[in-house]
Ligand binder design. Structure first.
Ligand code: NAD
Length: 484
């Protein structure tokens, strides 16, 4: 298969014939090839998005709502087919993709479709004269996605952008470009006018073209902090608005009075779900001293017994392959660093070759104990299945240590003490906090980072404000006074 750029309602051939490969991480084999967005595609994308914007932004919120809801039903009808595409691209288990990726993408579009009808301005009397405000869309928005939740990221960016009346040019990660094209096809089928959601393919160079383009009003980016900085610098060329969903090294704090089973479940979810390739992962697991021995005993036991690595398409597999050989080597490099720097390898720590998918990029769920705050594995985002367990004595100490990072994406607290739970999360320097839960991210809840983990939010009603701008209209009702 050759996947093409999706422009103005259809797959469009590029002029150069230049393609790149997408590898199935579970098999290490070529999955398909992708045509890169060359000059002709880029030109067509901008032209089409401008026309799409004119049509879409002149529709009422209710019209946009009806069309987007149709897209939501198609997404749900095709759940398994789309989930399989995500499995081939990412290596994650079908068991997960079939209940999370498409579902949460569709939820976000449904949520913002509902908000489309309530976008409104205000009006204030000024003693005869008055002014009113209009909340208007921004224009063409660029979406740039990471590879861990490709379809979900495309949906989370398209949902508020389109509900607000913008058009979007989306560039999926070059490692996982299929889902975004499927979404574009579904939008067309649902009745979204052509040009409202275009998809361009390529790596950094195509991303940089988008972020530097003067006809683009906003960039919503998901990826690494380092890339985010480049995107923001490029966006400054014409003062584009930016949303940045970046990396993290989030703390998960477990107090002595926590429900032990729940705390162990949370630590496993926060490190091993999607093979650890989740931005909000709670990779620094702080466990209070008294509960620590029981906690690590149960953690080791459940990790070694309940995690089933294997062919991601097999419905019993609950732990898949890492995105690429490069990424696998990066994760193995961190494991080596953990060993060298004196952490104790409690479990995993090696490559896996599950039966039938021996050439896939698998790394065992890995737990390090005896970790200290200054170790590389405790400081840097690994984006793989590597958990660092640390111990602590008291609340004040753990708050200080949990915040001692340049990231600020998420934090979790497990305790039965309701006051302590709120007291602690109120002091966390993190945009997303969970109490006696981890990882849940419903469309209603805004998500995004503090510090180097991001700018702006996705999901939640306030996100509409990031995809619209206010126009104030002053209306003179009296003869105009003038000194001239
Ligand atoms: P990445 O930064 O390497 O790439 C992200 C996207 O940016 C890709 O589409 C890539 O092609 C594009 N890109 C690369 N260089 C660019 C440039 N100079 N200009 C414009 N675009 C450019 O990230 P990744 O490896 O795909 O994803 C993993 C990272 O994403 C992790 O750090 C993870 O924490 C983060 N992430 C964050 C969230 C969140 O919501 N906060 C969600 C998922 C992933």
């Amino acid at each position: 298969m050759i996947l093409k750029n999706f422009i103005n309602g259809q797959a469009l051939d590029n002029g150069t014939g230049k393609t790149f490969d997408v590898i199935n991480p579970a098999t290490g084999e070529l999955a398909y090839q992708v045509e890169e967005a060359d000059e002709s595609i880029r030109f067509a994308a901008i032209e089409s998005s401008q026309l799409g914007f004119e049509i879409w932004s002149s529709m009422s919120g209710l019209e946009r709502n009806r069309i987007l809801l149709k897209a939501v039903s198609i997404l749900r009808e095709r759940n398994d087919e789309l989930a399989k595409i995500e499995v081939i691209d990412t290596g994650k288990p079908f068991q997960e993709a079939s209940v999370v990726d498409v579902v949460t993408g569709a939820d976000s579009i449904e949520y913002f479709a509902a908000l489309a009808v309530s976008i409104e301005g205000s009006q204030q009397d000024l003693g005869g004269d008055f002014y009113y405000t209009r909340r208007e869309p921004l224009g063409i928005c660029a979406g740039i996605g990471a590879w861990n939740y490709p379809l979900q990221i495309a949906c989370w960016k398209a949902a508020p952008a389109l509900a607000s009346g913008n058009s979007m040019i989306f560039k999926p990660s070059e490692e996982t470009p299929h889902g975004a094209v499927k979404l574009a096809e579904i939008f067309i089928e649902a009745g979204v006018p052509v040009g409202v959601f275009n998809v361009v393919h390529g790596a950094a160079e195509v991303g940089a073209w988008l972020t530097g383009h003067s006809d683009i009003a906003k960039v919503s980016f998901t990826g690494e902090v380092g890339t985010g900085k480049k995107v923001m610098a490029a966006a400054a060329s014409n003062l584009k608005d930016v949303t940045m969903e970046l990396g993290g090294k989030s703390p998960l704090i477990i107090f002595n009075d926590a429900d032990l089973d729940d705390a162990v479940s949370a630590a496993m979810l926060a490190n091993f779900y999607t093979q650890g390739e989740i931005c909000t992962n709670g990779t620094r697991v702080f466990v209070q001293n008294e509960i620590y021995p029981k906690f690590i005993e149960l953690l080791k036991q459940r990790t070694e017994k309940n995690i089933i690595a294997g062919d991601p398409m097999n419905p019993v597999t609950n732990f898949g392959a890492l995105i690429s050989e490069n990424h696998k080597n990066l994760v193995l490099g961190y494991i080596e660093k953990g060993n060298q720097e004196g952490a104790f390898l409690l479990s995993g720590g090696k490559e896996l070759s599950p039966e039938g998918v021996e050439a896939g990029f698998f790394v065992a769920p890995t737990i390090f104990t005896n970790c200290t705050d200054d170790m590389t594995i405790v400081k840097e985002e690994i984006f793989g299945p590597v958990m660092s367990v640390l111990t602590f004595d008291d609340e004040a100490e753990v708050i200080k240590r949990a915040n001692d990072t340049e990231f600020g994406l998420a934090a979790g607290v497990f305790t039965q003490d309701i006051r302590r739970a709120h007291r602690v999360v109120h002091q966390m320097e993190a945009g997303i906090c969970w109490i006696n839960a981890y990882g849940a991210s419903p469309s209603e809840m805004p998500v995004g980072g503090y510090k180097l983990s991001g700018i702006g939010r996705e999901n939640g009603s306030s996100t509409i404000n990031q995809y619209t701008q206010i126009k104030s209209v002053y209306v003179g009702m009296k003869p105009l006074e003038s000194p001239f």
